[in-house]
Design a protein around this ligand. Structure first.
Ligand code: M6R
Length: 595
């Protein structure tokens, strides 16, 4: 959790604007609080508070900050409530060290006690401050900076990365243990960050840092050392060729809307990748031979696992067990062995719940594969093989294009496993474009009509059941309304009692399930509820539902994929109409690296 960025320049210069820009580009990692520090000679200028980058930067005039070294941090609170004192960066006791971290120091509470008993000045509850004191305690004992960091690394339990600097020096130092860290090398400067979006506007020459490495950054060079023995590590820089377009809004008011509209394009890319991938063959061979097959993920990625399991059963006649990653540990891990195969699904590739399950699966000898968007993420390194989602950056906290590409990847694998022609899937991108164009105005109107409700249901059956769950998650996540997704047939077993005059219930109807869905629609409509159907053009749906959102004709599998598009748009419009920012819903973060 959280995002860090640090920069070292030759001489003192205006670093404020660079830090603000870097912080904005890390906003997707956390946005409870933001802080910036610059080091100029003997002086550290530290400004920080609770709030969004623009507001805090304007209030404390980050733009005027100067120095030869700068650090900024975006916080998503875990240890310590969002407050000014818990915001990062943090100073050491006498104010000559400054540092910030991302991730979690899990022994933070014990460490704080130790620091206090050693006479250090602890000002906050935040674990980022513990990183600074962990270095300070060894500097005080006379160790040089690198050795102090190496010893601190041994004291700080958990997964984190941090950057730290001190007065009267010309360097910054950073370390990686479990959280992402990338170094950038530019003309007259070097920088380090949790992720590429903050680095790429400055330089495309980068070095990816591995766990257990300490980096020293000077303005003109960097040095990597091993935490273990302090030895120097040689690694050539690489050049990043990706464009930065993806991290701009591209004319859309929100990243979410842009990403919804990018779905057809990234669907083309993932289909192209899958068709040419030798990894797919390996994955399918292992899956065919597996005793049990597990699809494992959290949140939206879990919904893709559910869809994948339906596709594998219906198309390939192969049972797969979809499971929420944290539940894999108590429910399935005790029973798995080397004959089993798991597909671990995660946009970020850093979700702690998923990595925990993966670690246990690997220890039990299970063959683990990954389906991830972020290249170089922990998941991609800890699996026997992985398939990229090919979505580019997904900035908006609500997942959209990564969900549809996860579902497409499962559909593709099920189709290949069944020995069917995968070329039939090439129609998907165009159908997605048609769907968005066809439904957009009507969905916006329905959003306005039902937006007064803070309670609603989305229901599906078979292939559309995971879609109903995903629609409900999107609605909950960005409208803050309570929306429950469930199997349509279960609604009458209790929740039907919630229906009153105008109460909205959304039915996602697969083309082969219309008769069954019609029963549910009528159970709601005859009690005064507002039944909204999403499905292919069908006179029965038109005659029975209060509103029908028609999507293009395809087949039951592609239909489910298309049906999520109006639900994404519906949640987007409801969120915006409520005055919320759908890209950054309250209390949430894009990447959940905590238990
Ligand atoms: O990066 P992951 O796919 O592992 O993330 C899992 C969930 O946190 C994520 O899908 C979350 O549910 C989405 N923000 C929902 O839109």
């Amino acid at each position: 959790m959280c995002g860090i960025f640090g920069i070292v320049t030759k001489d003192d210069q205006p670093l404020g604007p660079i830090l603000i820009e870097a912080a904005k580009r890390l906003t997707y990692r956390g946005y409870d609080s933001v802080g910036a520090a610059t080091i100029r000679g003997e002086k550290i200028d530290l400004r920080k508070d609770v709030g969004r980058v623009d507001d805090v930067a304007a209030k404390y005039d980050f733009a005027e900050m100067t120095g030869s070294r700068g650090i900024t941090q975006l916080r998503w609170a875990t240890f310590g409530e969002p407050s000014q004192v818990n915001s990062q960066p943090h100073l050491d006791s006498d104010g000559d060290l400054v540092g910030a971290h991302n991730g979690n120091v899990v022994n933070n509470v014990e460490l704080r006690q130790q620091f206090i008993s050693e006479g250090l000045t602890v000002r906050s509850q935040n674990d980022g401050e513990s990183c600074v004191h962990a270095v300070e305690r060894y500097i005080n004992k006379g160790y040089d900076f690198i050795d102090a960091i190496r010893l601190a690394y041994g004291d700080l339990a958990g997964d984190y990365a941090f950057v730290i600097g001190r007065v009267s020096d010309d360097k910054l130092y950073a370390i990686k243990k479990g959280s992402g860290l990338v170094v950038g090398l530019g003309e007259g400067f070097t920088c380090v960050s949790s992720d590429l979006p903050s680095i790429l506007p400055l330089t495309r020459t980068i070095i990816r840092i591995q766990d257990g490495e300490i980096i020293t950054l000077w303005a003109g060079r960097v040095e990597l050392r091993s935490v273990k023995d302090g030895s120097v590590i040689l690694r050539d820089p690489e050049t990043v060729t990706e464009t930065m377009d993806a991290v701009q809004k591209g004319g859309y008011p929100h990243f979410m809307l842009k990403e919804i509209h990018e779905q057809a394009q990234v669907a083309r890319e993932v289909l192209h990748m899958l068709e040419g991938s030798s990894e797919v063959r390996t994955v399918l061979e292992k899956m065919r031979a597996a005793r049990h097959l597990y699809f494992i993920g959290c949140g939206t990625s879990y919904h893709a696992c559910l869809a994948g399991a339906v596709y594998f059963a219906q198309i390939a006649g192969r049972a797969a067990i979809p499971v929420l990653a944290p539940q894999f540990v108590p429910q399935y891990a005790p029973a798995v062995n080397h004959e089993d195969v798991g597909m671990f699904v995660s946009q970020s590739g850093e979700t702690k719940d998923v990595l925990n399950a993966l670690q246990i699966a690997n220890a039990k000898g299970m063959t683990s594969f990954g389906l991830a968007n972020v290249i170089g993420s922990t998941l991609t390194k800890a699996t026997a093989g992985w398939l990229p989602l090919c979505c580019g950056y997904e900035i908006s906290v609500p997942a959209t294009k990564t969900f549809t590409n996860q579902v497409i990847a499962f559909l593709y694998m099920a189709t290949r496993m069944a020995g069917h022609d995968t070329h039939q899937l090439e129609q998907i991108p165009e159908l997605m474009e048609e769907t968005i164009a066809a439904v957009a105005p009507q969905v916006e109107a329905i959003a306005a009509e039902i937006n007064k409700w803070n309670d609603l249901y989305t229901l599906g059956y078979g292939t559309t059941y995971p879609i109903a769950l995903e629609g409900a998650l999107k609605l909950k996540e960005i409208t803050y309304a309570h929306c429950e997704g469930m199997l349509s047939t279960e609604f009458k077993h209790g929740p039907l009692s919630a229906v009153s005059q105008g109460y909205p219930v959304i039915f996602v109807a697969g083309p082969e399930d219309v008769p069954l869905i019609l029963s549910g629609i009528n159970e709601v409509a005859c009690r005064g509820g507002h039944a909204i159907a999403i499905g292919e053009e069908d006179a029965r749906l038109r005659a029975n539902a209060n509103d029908v959102i028609f999507i293009p004709k395809s087949n039951p599998y592609i239909n489910a994929l298309l049906a999520v598009l109006p639900l994404q748009l519906l949640s987007y419009h409801m969120s915006v109409a409520r005055g919320y920012d759908p890209d950054f819903p309250r209390n949430l973060s894009k990447t959940l690296t905590v238990d």
